[in-house]
Every structure is written in C-alpha cells, then in structure tokens.
Write a protein that binds this ligand. Sequence first.
Ligand code: NAI
Ligand code: BGC
Length: 257
Amino acid sequence: MNRFENKVALVTGSTQGIGAACALRLAADGADIILNGHSPKDERSEKLIQQIEGMGRRAAFIQADVGKVADVTKLINDAVSTFGQLDILVNNAGVEKNHDFWDVTEEDYDYVMDTNLKGVFFGIQAFVKYCMSTNRGGVVINMSSVHEEIIFPHFAAYCTSKGGLKMLTRNLATELAPLNIRVNNVAPGAIATPINKKLEETPKLMENVLKNIPMKRMGKPEDVAALVAFLASDDATYVTGSTYFVDGGLTYHYEEQ
Ligand code: NAI
Ligand code: BGC
C-alpha cells in the first residue's frame, strides 16, 4: 500500500517497542521516516534504517531528548531539513515510574511529565509553526494510554501525564482545525514491549493483567501501529480531537462471574 507516498513521518522514541512498529508500518505504507531516540544511534536504529530502506523508503535517525524543550524543538526543525518536509508527527516517546504516591520525588515527577507531556506540547508547537510558515496541513498522533481514562495505582505521575495528553489533544484539535492540522490520541492497553518487561517476567502480575483483558492476551506493537497508520492517513481526514483505544477490551471491561 502506498497511502503515504511523498509523506515524511517523524516518530519519537522509535528505536524499540511501539515506536519502532509505527515507523515500520508507516514506511510499509509508503512514508519516509525520521527515527528518534534519546541515546546516540545504535545497532537497533541502524537495523531499522536498513529495513525501511529495504522497503524502498528513506530513513534517518536524529538523537534528541524530547523531555527538553530546546531539544524537541531542534528535533522538529532537523526532521524538516532532513528530507525537506514533515507531514506526520507521532509523539510516541514515553516513560513510566512505579512508586507509591508518597514516595514520588520531584525528579521522578519531572522525568515523567517532561517526557510524556511537556515534550509533546512543545514538539507540537514547533510542528505547528513549521506548518504555518509553509502553509501546509499536518497530522499529529499522540501515544497516550488507557491510563488517560482509567486509574493505575502507583503510577500517579504517569496517569497525570496521559490525562494531560487527553485535554491537550481535545484543545488543539479545535484550535488547529482551521490550519488543516488534525490531532488524535491512540490509547494502547497492555502491549508487549520493553516497558512491560517486569510484567511479562512475573507470572502473578501477568495473571492479574489478563483477568482485565477480554481478549486474554497482551497486545502487539503492530496492533497499535495499524491504528496509527489509519489515523495518519487520508482515510481519516475527518477524524480529529478524539482518543482511539487499542486495548483488547481492557478499558470498558467489567464482569461479575
Ligand atoms: P518502550 O520503553 O519500549 O519505548 C519507549 C521509547 O521512548 C524508548 O525507545 C525510549 O528510549 C524512548 N524515550 C524515552 N524517553 C525519551 C526521551 N526523553 N527522548 C526520546 N526518546 C525517549 O515503551 P513502549 O511500550 O514502546 O511505549 C511507547 C509509548 O506507548 C509510551 O508513550 C507509552 O507510555 C505508551 N504506552 C505503552 C503501553 C504498553 O503497554 N507498552 C500501553 C499504553 C501506552
Ligand atoms: C503502561 C503499561 C501498562 C498498560 C496497561 C500502559 O500505559 O505503560 O505499563 O501495562 O498501560 O495497564
């Protein structure tokens, strides 16, 4: 499928997990890809670049800490310069910290909020300035979580950040619609990625999680990427300002027997 022909997509935090799957899926559907990671380019990004180039697309890696406003702004500008344009921004990078609420330090809080919310806010701002200066529309997809909606005890800062993303998306969709910029959230449930390493390695935790998932399995990064590709595409030109769940039924799950 070539639905992203002549489009360039930036996926933040895309050297592994959901971000890598999004990069590969958007490339498979025809986009050129800017990969991003916090750390310097390593063999994972090299391999992804080779895979994407093997699909006949262009790919590049830009190192940036999206939790720092100067870095994320530079990332957007460098992404534009790399292939001369930027059409799709997938704000995927995210972190979580498991702490009792009373033990969360300011450093923990800032780490989570800066990466998951502040970086997204100012990354979108830089993207919007670029779109305005070039008179182009654009698509923004924020990787939120089922925890923009449902609670996650011991992850208060994480839930705060994803709850913030929910309102950011609703607000921006209205403000940016006149600029032909669409903004949506994708809210994954429990997906098998390195962020869930401890969960996958702890049978009791896994048993508890699966009780909450009607489809009785963890999601795959590719399940999330397929939804991202739809929202980024012209099939979704009338879709903005909402959150789309990809969670095996987790969010609205309830049963008594
Ligand atoms: P992951 O830990 O495998 O990937 C996160 C990526 O973000 C990593 O590549 C990491 O290096 C990058 N990253 C972290 N901080 C960064 C920074 N400051 N600058 C640049 N890159 C940074 O986790 P996963 O699961 O792939 O998570 C991706 C997104 O999906 C996150 O926003 C997460 O909150 C969200 N999510 C994940 C779920 C899951 O069950 N795996 C469920 C719901 C949401
Ligand atoms: C978290 C995962 C968790 C999933 C379902 C995600 O936002 O990052 O750690 O397994 O939600 O609770």
